[in-house]
Design a protein around this ligand. Sequence first.
Ligand code: FAD
Length: 423
Amino acid sequence: MAVTRRPTRRDVVRGAAAAAAAALACPSFAQGAPRVAVVGGGFGGAACARALRRLDAQIQVTLIEPNRTFTACPLSNEVIVGLRELPLQQFTYDKIAAEGIAVAPQAATKIDAQARSIGLADGTSLSYDRLVLAPGIDMRFDALPGYDEAASAKMPHAWKAGEQTLLLRRQLEAMDDGGLVVIAVPAAPLRCPPAPYERASLIAHYLKARKPRAKILVLDAKDNYSQQKLFESAWKTLYPDMIERISLSQGGRVTSVNPATNEIVTDFGNYTAAVANVIPPQRAGRIAAIAGTADRTGWCPIDPVTFASKLVPNIHVIGDACIAGAIPKSASAAAAQGKACAAAIVNAFAGGPVETPRLDGACYNIVAPGYGFSLKGIYQPKDDQYAETDVTTSPLDAPPDVRQREAEQAADWFKTLTGDTFG
Ligand code: FAD
C-alpha cells in the first residue's frame, strides 16, 4: 500500500519566520525553540520526525523508539515462505540521527498531557510542546478466548515483523506434506487489510512446490475484503483446490483457540491445524490509551486535517493507531500521514492556516513471484473523516506481463518508501 502526500506551498516554512511566529503564537516557546516529541519510530513516526526537521530546522525533534533496528512488515509475507530474508526488512535510525533528530532508545511508558511530559522506561522524562504518537498496533490478547501472548508462541500471528515472522516460517518448513495450514483473520479494522490473503497466496506458492498435498484454510470474520475478485481469480489460476476460505456468513469467525492442541473453533465447526496462523483483533499501540487518546474502540479519533487528537490537546496521532476513515492501515499511509502531520505542526507554530491534505495511495499485492496487482486511490478529508475520492484497480483479465510489471513496481515501491523514511 503506497500513499504519498502531495507537497503544498505551505510545506516550505522558513525556519526563522517559523520560530519568530511560534514565539508570538505560543508563549511557552519564548525561551527557546519549539520541542516536538515523536513516540514510535516506524513508518509514521520516522517519516514525521524527518519531515519536521526538514521543514523547520529550528524545531527540536526527539524520536522515542525502544528498538535500535526497525523491522518492516511490507514484503514480510515473502520472508515467511523463504522468498526473502529478514535482514532486508531491517533499518537503523543512524541516518535519521545524522539529520539532527535526537533518537531516544527507550519506550515511552507515561504521558502527562497537562504537564506536557513523557515518562520513559529508564525512569527519565522529557518535556514537549507538541507530541506525535505513532505507536502502530498492539494485539488485543483479551479479545479471543485462548489467545494470549503465550499462545502466540505456539500459534504465531506474525502481524508484527521479526521473531514472529521467523517462527511461522519455521513451522511451515517443519510441517509434514498433507498438513492443514489455518489462517484466522479478524474483523476490520486491522493492519493492512489485504495482507492475510497475500499471505495465503504466498503460502500456497510455497506448499505447491514443497508439500503439494497440504491445504490452506482461511477462517474469516469478514464477508468481503479488499481486491477480493483479483485474489480469487489468481487462486483459481495458480492454486486450484489449495485454498479454501470460509467467510463470516458461512461460519468463518473464530470464537476460541486452544494452543495446546492447535484447535481453532468457529461458529460452525472445529479445525485442528498443523500450522495455525492466528491474527487476533487489534488496537492502537498501548501508549495511545495511556495518553488518553484512544476511545472505546481502542483506536484514536483525530482531526483529519491536522491529525490532532480529538481527546487530548497538543497530541497528534498518526499511522495505524489513528482512525483515518477510508485510508487502509498501511505503511505508506502512515508515512504520508506523518508528513502531513509535520506540515500541520510547523504551520501551527508559524501561526499560519493548514492546507487540507490530499493523500495518493497505491496498494500492491504479490500472490506469486512475478505476479502482482494493485489498487490506487486518492484520499481527502470529507465530513470530518478521510474519504476515497478516486480509485483504480488492476484489471481482472490483465495479461502476465502486466502482473509481472506490477510485481516489479511493488519491489520498487518498498525501496523508495524505506529509503525515504530511514535511508
Ligand atoms: P509501525 O510501523 O508498527 O511503527 C510503530 C513503532 O512504534 C514501532 O517501531 C514500535 O516499536 C514503536 N512503539 C510502540 N509503542 C511504543 C512506545 N510506548 N514507545 C516508543 N515506541 C513505541 N503496508 C503497506 O503499505 N504495504 C504492504 O505491502 C504492507 N504489507 C504488510 C504485510 C503484513 C504481513 C503486515 C502485518 C503489514 C503490512 N503493511 C503493509 C502494513 C504496515 O506494516 C503498517 O501499516 C505500518 O507499519 C504502520 O506504520 P506505523 O508507523 O503506524 O506503525
